[in-house]
Design a protein around this ligand. Sequence first.
Ligand SMILES: NC(=O)CC[C@H](N)C(=O)O
Length: 371
Amino acid sequence: MNYTKNLKAVVLLEDGTIFTGKSVANNSFTSFGEICFNTGMTGYQEIFTDPSYFGQIMLTTNAHIGNYGTNKNESESDSVKISGLVCKNFSYNPSRVDSDLSLEEFFANHSIYAVSDIDTRALTEYIRINGAMNAVISTETEGIEGLKEQLKAHPSMAGLELSSKVSTDKAYELSAEGTFKHKVAVLDLGVKHNILRHLTKRGCHLKVFPWNTTFKEMLEFQPDAFFLSNGPGDPKTLSTVVDVVDSILANNHPLFGICLGHQIISLAVGISTFKMHHGHRGINHPVKNLITGKSEITSQNHGFSVSLEEAKNHPDVLITHVHLNDHSVAGIKLKNKDCFSVQYHPEAGPGPNDATYLFDDFITMIESQSN
Ligand SMILES: NC(=O)CC[C@H](N)C(=O)O
């Protein structure tokens, strides 16, 4: 590690705006993606390995990234999923007893590039005002015109199907921890490890299926319930998954969906989704549970949302949770079905953990049907 030699690097936005910083590693690179910011003060390893971030350049607002290293048990998937990192101070000397690898080495092992020394406050504010957009990070600082051309050709997140890039290739099973209670079929649209942990910890034996598995194929596992995972990309592109949800609902199997899963359930009942201005990404998003009247602090990571008007006016849908910053839909329940879903992340690691009760509610829903 010799960061005095680090190359100059740029963050070039789709609208031509340029921010200049330094490459974290000493090699040259160019990487494209939709730039988005996450305001979490901790949990960077979980963010970088979250499959829902596939295809995105992560801009972190915390002043230091890498300062507590990485730990092999704290990844949300088996690889780094972001297209690159933009940060203020990159920490080359991690300090933490539990760290088994520096973030610098972790990124190098996964061929992920990072730009540091960026005015991340200014860039975040810029995106907050001007909206989500594609960007490129590159050490080719003399070739801006060429980068602009390549950036133009980079597809926009709206209309992108990305679950196929991150889902498991083959179905696999995970045993329940402790006493076995229920068999749950998980449709992996880009599932985070911590969701699987929350389910197995509650006595669920899981079979995790590739994103394009049919309802009939999943039924062969004879599940007591279904789970629809989080994942990257535009929910509207997943019409085959909407078909699966139609069949699950037609047979009234218990169903719980998180984030992308929530958006697919909404689409299946006829509520449309849309691309948000700049999305919700952080670990302090306030949500109100309209059933209990209690508020909860939640972790969020989404760039699409479901229509509030359509959810409000849908005869079979109850809005159960609302985001308190912008009053967007944060959770729904289907009135005549054993199905609910949330736009946020009850499984969040490192937290907050206010919403883990939703996993307990899922178990209660399964049990009330099997009794
Ligand atoms: N975390 C997720 O599942 C994200 C869902 C979807 N890709 C979005 O950005 O809204």
